[in-house]
Design a binder for this molecule. Structure first.
Ligand code: ZN
Length: 173
């Protein structure tokens, strides 16, 4: 199999930054650098390279940005966003935290967003009930059923989904 010329680190960096839109005014702070290429289901950009890693590796784009800026990612650390914009690659908006830091951060943000009015106990119940909800033909939870749960707990549909999908309230698992 024919292999192309070895790609340099500089070239790889350029390829990466070519996919980032630094136009002022983006994101909640107006200073986000938006990833414009492929994203995964969670909304994080992804970027494949092999020069820095020594083997083909698919990075989350913001992690690669942090890596380029700092030269490394501390072992086992998550790279978190201060802007809550998952597709943002601005190194100034990124910080390395443990899984616990991240959950504390979500917790304090959750306090601002009001989802903490759901108690841990309720969250566990919501999670169970969500798992048991009937599915529509497309394989998704039926909207009416989600609304029913939301009304029952006095919260929004999206909060039910967030808790049901374990995006919130990972604690106490
Ligand atoms: Zn940002």
């Amino acid at each position: 199999m024919k292999r192309g010329p070895k790609v340099s680190k500089e070239k790889t960096e350029k390829l990466f930054w070519d996919k980032v839109d630094k136009t002022p005014g983006l994101g909640p702070k107006g200073t986000c650098w938006e990833w414009t290429a492929g994203k995964n289901n969670g909304g994080y950009g992804h970027f494949a390279e092999s020069v820095f890693s020594g083997k083909r590796k698919i990075w989350k784009a913001h992690r690669f940005s942090y890596f380029l800026e700092r030269g490394s990612i501390p072992d086992g650390m998550l790279i978190c966003h201060t802007c809550d914009n998952r597709s943002c690659c601005n190194p100034d908006h990124l910080w390395a935290g443990s899984a616990k830091d991240n959950s504390d951060d979500m917790f304090s943000k959750g306090r601002r967003n009001g989802w903490l009015k759901v108690t841990d106990d309720q969250a566990l119940h919501i999670r169970q009930e969500y798992d048991d909800l009937p599915l529509s033909k497309s394989g998704k939870k039926k909207r009416g059923e989600v609304s029913r749960l939301a009304n029952q707990y006095g919260v929004t549909n999206s909060l039910i989904v967030q808790i049901g999908k374990r995006r919130l309230r990972r604690i106490n698992d």
